[in-house]
Ligand binder design. Structure first.
Ligand code: AMP
Ligand code: MN
Ligand code: MN
Ligand code: MN
Length: 283
């Protein structure tokens, strides 16, 4: 009997210390297995260097594993994220694209530290770097952890609201990959492009519609309907968008580490049964 994909506990979005998560790929995969995840993807930001360790750990545990990535994209002046699943992590076009996408991060981090220093918080770059497991991938999350350590805020969510989002002292606009470009890298590497957590974007409804249209036109396949930052209303809304645009649906925790994330590995809400789970191809 073939397994029904809806009944598989798939968690297709999570981060390790190779980007802004706090666990090693090995510890992350072991935790996913303990939590009852049956199909797992590592999707570090703009980076695939954790995949080998994750894959080996999953193989030893008998856990089905999908190599992934989450690419930072600039669309209509906003940052959006595109997850790529089942990519070949050795594909040269993908590796070159990711290296280019990562390349401005250290310069941006220096400018963020300058902004924070002007707001009275000195030495934030050195502080943030202590938290970065991958110097190529210094992220706002690492600054947020350092500001919590300093006692400037009580949690990372507060740091983002007060310091790291548009209009705040540590925010520095940055130009990431183009939408069609990122989708193209994923497809070239044999992967499936997925629009990540669409409710998080501060887009007008016209811009959101354009994002879905351009994503699909570029070769996008699925949208994350169930993710830890989506409310029940968000899930209903984007399930409907998936139906209207003929997109498949994905599910993932967007786990970054114990005590840091909204949702434990494998615990995001189930998808509505009429949607096609993007992981049907891996079951
Ligand atoms: P970056 O790619 O350096 O701009 O950092 C983006 C990362 O910051 C996201 O992947 C999240 O992990 C984290 N993040 C963004 N917004 C928030 C928020 N409001 N609260 C906590 N973490 C956030
Ligand atoms: Mn992140
Ligand atoms: Mn994201
Ligand atoms: Mn993510």
């Amino acid at each position: 009997m073939t397994v029904q994909p809806h009944d598989v506990n798939a968690d297709l979005h999570a981060h390790s210390i190779h980007s802004d998560g706090t666990l090693t790929p090995r510890a992350l995969v072991e935790r996913a297995h303990r939590q009852g995840v049956q199909l797992f993807a590592l999707t570090d930001h703009d980076e695939v260097s954790g995949i080998g360790e994750a894959q080996a750990t999953a193989a030893a545990l008998g856990l089905r594993f999908v190599p992934g990535v989450e690419i930072s994209v600039t669309f209509a002046g906003h940052t959006v994220h595109i997850v790529g699943l089942n990519i070949d992590p050795a594909n040269e076009a993908l590796l070159a694209g990711l290296a280019h996408t990562r390349s401005g991060r250290m310069r941006r981090a220096q400018a963020m530290a300058d902004g924070l220093a002007a707001a009275g918080i000195a030495d934030a770059l050195d502080g943030a770097l202590k938290y970065a497991g991958n110097l190529d991938l210094i992220s706002r999350t690492h600054f947020a952890r350092y500001l919590v350590e300093r006692g400037v805020c009580s949690d990372t969510r507060e740091v983002f609201g007060r310091y790291l989002v548009e209009g705040k002292p540590g925010y520095v606009p940055h130009r990431w990959a183009g939408l069609a470009e990122a989708v193209g890298w994923i497809r070239d590497a044999g992967g499936v492009p997925i629009l990540a957590h669409p409710a998080r974007y501060r887009l007008s409804s016209t811009e959101l519609w354009a994002l879905f249209e351009q994503f699909r036109e570029a070769g996008g396949v699925a949208v994350e309907v169930s993710t830890s930052s989506h409310s029940a209303d968000d899930r209903r809304r984007f399930a409907q968008m998936a139906r209207e645009f003929g997109l498949e649906a994905s599910r993932g925790s967007d786990f970054h580490g114990p005590g840091e994330s909204n949702a434990e590995l494998g615990s995001a809400a189930l998808l509505p049964r009429d949607l096609t789970p993007v992981w049907h191809r891996y079951c």
